[in-house]
Design a protein around this ligand. Structure first.
Ligand code: GLA
Length: 399
């Protein structure tokens, strides 16, 4: 028996790997945490799946419905985790089937420690059993958190769950959530499909919210927090600046800027608002296909800040077919008047080897929010960017 166990462990150790090909572009979906925290139940999840189908989000590319913390009840007598029987009376298999019947995918949450951040049972010591249970239920995506992990090594703990998922045999996207503390961008490429780079996001544009022992962060703070880690991202392995707060109380301009910048970063696009009750402006932001196409571009290059003035800046993201996305971003509380002479300022991405010399080559300019063509790079770009807003364009070689 002992020999068999050792043999199994060696086999898993040698052949454990992550499932390839599951996130060749950044995952898109919805997660319950930002809006509902622990107030989750099967009715909310089913209604959210219905909304994603009927409001056009599924058509725009969103397909994961992820239940975050607090779905868990107790473990059964054999140690298998069970959902909270009051909130999920039909069970997780039935919920997964419902989500799948809508043509969507099902995501769930656990934690590498003894308990989740919300105090529910964590996966520590039960990794293989939990992975087996998720596979039986039909889970397609696992977000794996980092609370109550004193004494654990992050790489080792995430490796164990990766191997457990692989051994369970069902392809499951593995979303690492240790807040960037141990720099997962340096070690997680072969372990997870995405990894959080920061602590929790808050629905504010600029500021920090203290919660005693930890902070949550505004959009601007998250944007600047990790410096240049863009070379770690690419098809199959993404930097994750956290789930979105679009529709959770910021202004429309701020929501538009937040969404645009997440797309420039090739970030996972995980909506965090109430999909059942949102206004048209919020829905238009979340489903702007021209902006989403920048996020989902098959080159998978994370954008970068390529030009900065006191109050505004330009972010650039090389795209396939010689195209380039640019986001003119006003960080300030006053309108910014921009006069940008393309001929004077080439854009160079030395890290990925993409260069755009506008005096040598002409590009057509497409406004991705107005859905309008805006002339070419032959003439300076003159515009006003409203407070906390963006102008996002795509440059397409003219001939
Ligand atoms: C952590 C994560 C959040 C969320 C909560 C749930 O704070 O970073 O995204 O999952 O735990 O308790």
């Amino acid at each position: 028996m002992k020999r068999l166990i050792i043999c199994l462990l060696v086999t898993v150790g040698l052949f454990g790997q992550k499932f390839d090909g599951l996130a060749l572009t950044p995952p898109m979906g919805w997660n319950s945490w930002n809006k509902f925290a622990c107030d989750v139940d099967e009715k909310l999840i089913m209604e959210t799946a219905d909304a994603m189908v009927s409001n056009g989000m599924k058509q725009a590319g969103y397909h994961y419905i992820v239940i975050d913390d607090c779905w868990q009840g107790e473990r059964d007598s054999l140690g298998f985790i069970q959902p909270d029987p009051l909130r999920f009376p039909s069970g997780m298999k039935a919920l997964a089937d419902y989500i799948h019947s809508r043509g969507l995918k099902f995501g769930i949450y656990s934690d590498a420690g003894w308990k989740t951040c919300g105090g529910r049972p964590g996966s520590r010591g039960y990794e293989f059993q939990d992975a087996m249970q998720y596979a039986r239920w039909g889970v397609d995506y696992l977000k794996y958190d980092w609370c109550n992990t004193e004494g654990l090594n992050a790489r080792g703990a995430y490796l164990t769950m990766r191997d457990a998922l692989y051994a369970a045999g069902r392809p499951i996207v593995f979303s690492i959530c240790e807040w960037g503390d141990s720099q997962p961008w340096t070690w997680a490429k072969d372990i997870g499909h995405l990894w959080r780079t920061t602590g929790d996001i808050a629905p504010i544009f600029d500021g920090i919210i203290g919660h005693g022992t930890w902070n949550s962060w505004g959009i601007l703070q998250i944007l600047e927090m990790r410096g240049n880690i863009r070379s770690s991202a690419g098809p199959g392995h993404w930097n994750d600046p956290d789930m979105m707060e679009v529709g959770n109380g910021m202004t429309i301009s701020e929501d538009r800027a937040h969404f645009s910048l997440w797309c420039m970063l090739a970030a996972p696009l995980i909506a965090g608002n109430d999909l059942r009750n949102m206004d048209q402006a919020t829905l238009e932001i979340l489903t702007n296909k021209e902006v989403i196409a920048v996020d989902q571009d098959s080159l998978g290059i994370q954008g970068f800040k390529c030009f900065a003035r006191d109050h505004w800046e330009i972010w650039a993201k090389p795209l396939k077919a010689g195209e380039l996305a640019l986001c003119f971003f006003n960080r300030s509380l006053s309108t910014q008047k921009i006069h940008y002479d393309w001929q004077e300022f080439p854009i160079k991405d030395d890290q990925f080897g993409y260069h755009y010399f506008f005096d040598k080559k002409e590009y057509k300019i497409r406004d991705l929010w107005k859905h309008k063509d805006m002339g070419t790079t032959q003439k300076p770009f003159v515009m006003d960017i409203p407070v906390h807003d963006v102008i996002m364009v795509k440059l397409v070689p003219a001939n």
